[in-house]
Structures are given as structure tokens and as C-alpha cells.
Design a protein around this ligand. Structure first.
Ligand code: HEM
Length: 147
């Protein structure tokens, strides 16, 4: 059936945008910790990557809701429920990461100014939340192989 292939494709496209975007964002963040020049450039490219991650999530949700109506094979519904719970957590943590990012932009040190304690705290929180979310993205992908 064409609808099954279409929604399957959209699910994989969402996976590519979401998981790929989250992975690239982590690599850029880790590298810009050590490289100040890259850090400045990261601030410019990160919003576009974040948009791709959210677009990926939207595609995954829309196609994920549609897929059970078209699949002709049995699904592991228990695992699917666990997967949905993890997806909800990815979204909640994603919203928190977005807020921390905005806070960091507002508190960012100007020129040679010393970073404020509040800025460093927001940065630390964002780093921890990003790691948790990346692990969740991979956990959901791994789990999906068994759904
Ligand atoms: C982080 C979010 C998600 C990721 C990384 C993800 C990933 C995947 C992957 C890799 C598959 C296997 C596809 C296949 O074998 O053909 C899959 C299947 C599936 N996903 Fe997701 N998914 C996500 C979110 C969702 C959501 C939100 C829903 C439902 C609302 C959903 C519903 C399904 C269903 C029903 C299947 C089984 C379809 C099949 O066997 O082809 N997924 N998912």
C-alpha cells in the first residue's frame, strides 16, 4: 500500500533529521567548548540545527500516529507505549534546553567580560540536559527496532 510506504518514509526522514540533528548538535557543542572561534560560529548555526530536530520530531509524531493504521504485521504495543513515554520526555527536555539556550544568549559575556555565575550555571544545565536527550534519542531508536 502506498500510504504505508509514504508514512514509513516520513518516519525515517524524521529519524534522520531528529537523531542526526541531535548528534551533530552534540558534536558541535563539545568541540566549541575547546575552540572559541568555533563557539562563535556555533551560536549562528545552532538555531538552524535545532529547527531540523523539531521538524524531525514533528514528522516522527505525525507518521508514527498514522503507521499503526497501515502496518500489516503485528506491533509490540507494550514497547510502543514505553517508546511514547520516552518521546514525551525528549520533548519536555527539549523545551527546557530551548529555554536554557535563550537564557545563555541573554547572559552571554560581551567582548572580554568574565562569564557570570548565572551564565555558567545555565551552560552546565544545558550540557547535562543535552546529554540526557541524546541518550534518549538513541534509546528510542534502539527500542523501535523491536516494536
Ligand atoms: C524520537 C522519536 C522516534 C524515533 C527515533 C522513532 C524511530 C522508529 C524506528 C527506527 C522505527 C522502525 C521502522 C521500521 O522498522 O520500519 C519505528 C517504528 C515505529 N514507530 Fe517510531 N520513532 C519515534 C517516534 C514515534 C512516535 C511518536 C510514534 C507514535 C506516535 C511512533 C510510532 C511507530 C510505529 C507504530 C512503528 C512501527 C512501524 C513499523 O513496524 O514499520 N514512533 N520508529
Amino acid at each position: 500500500m502506498v500510504a504505508l510506504e509514504l508514512f514509513n518514509f516520513l518516519h525515517f526522514l524524521g529519524l534522520a533529521f531528529g537523531l542526526g540533528g541531535a548528534t551533530i548538535a552534540s558534536v558541535i557543542s563539545a568541540k566549541s567548548e575547546k575552540d572559541k572561534e568555533l563557539g562563535k560560529a556555533a551560536g549562528k548555526i545552532m538555531p538552524s540545527i535545532v529547527k531540523f530536530i523539531w521538524l524531525g520530531m514533528a514528522l516522527l509524531i505525525i507518521s508514527g500516529i498514522a503507521l499503526p493504521f497501515f502496518v500489516t504485521w503485528p506491533l509490540n504495543n507494550q514497547l510502543l507505549v514505553v517508546k511514547h513515554v520516552l518521546v514525551v520526555w525528549i520533548i519536555i527536555i527539549g523545551v527546557f534546553i530551548g529555554r536554557r539556550m535563550k537564557k545563555m544568549q541573554n547572559l552571554a559575556p560581551v567582548l572580554k567580560e568574565k562569564p557570570s555565575a548565572e551564565f555558567l550555571k545555565a551552560k552546565k544545565q544545558m550540557k547535562a540536559l543535552s546529554i540526557i536527550n541524546l541518550i534518549l534519542w538513541y534509546a528510542v531508536t534502539l527500542m523501535s527496532a523491536f516494536v
